[in-house]
Design a protein around this ligand. Structure first.
Ligand code: HEC
Length: 138
């Protein structure tokens, strides 16, 4: 009886380990521009909780998408978070060599806001979406 109990305990432990949710979305991001590691799951800092898109997502839509929306007349390609992979977004923000970064179009955003936009795009970039680990499912 006792060994059966121990066996059950062992089996349930193994199962508990197996059902640990796999985290698809990146939780951290190394920011080359500032040389710092940013914790993306830190709700307090990035306010994913209070605003569904977080400040980064809002600023991306307010500023970047003001040019990069569909059928725009500014000569800017349509962009959304999945236009690039997480690493590609990091590189775009680290180098800042794209036309709009050089001509001052990004300057309406503060350095901190640019980091938040980078965080948002990194977190939601191409290949990061996993329907089985949606953040909003508790
Ligand atoms: C004032 C308009 C404007 C704003 C604001 C703007 N861009 Fe651009 N962006 C452009 C134009 C014009 C180009 C050059 C044409 C192109 O490649 O889309 C460009 C190019 C780019 C490219 C290169 C596209 C490619 O495929 O080569 C990226 C990436 C980019 N912008 C990202 C951003 C991000 C991120 C933001 C916000 C932080 C932003 N842009 C804000 C106008 C803008």
């Amino acid at each position: 009886m006792r060994s059966f109990f121990v066996l059950c305990l062992g089996v349930s432990f193994v199962f508990a380990c197996m059902v640990q949710p796999a985290t698809a979305r990146p939780q951290k991001r190394y920011d080359k521009h500032s040389g710092m590691c940013r914790f993306l799951a830190d709700g307090g800092r990035l306010d994913w909780e209070s605003e569904p898109w977080g400040t980064g997502g809002i600023k991306f839509r307010e500023v970047c998408k003001s040019c990069h929306h569909k059928n725009n007349t500014k000569g800017a390609r349509f962009l959304h978070a999945e236009s690039y992979t997480s690493d590609a977004w990091n590189s775009i923000f680290a180098k800042r060599r794209k036309k709009c970064a050089r001509d001052g179009s990004w300057d309406v955003l503060s350095p901190e806001e640019l980091q938040l936009v980078n965080d948002y795009l990194y977190r939601n970039g191409d290949w990061t979406y996993d329907p089985n680990s949606a953040d909003s499912c508790g």
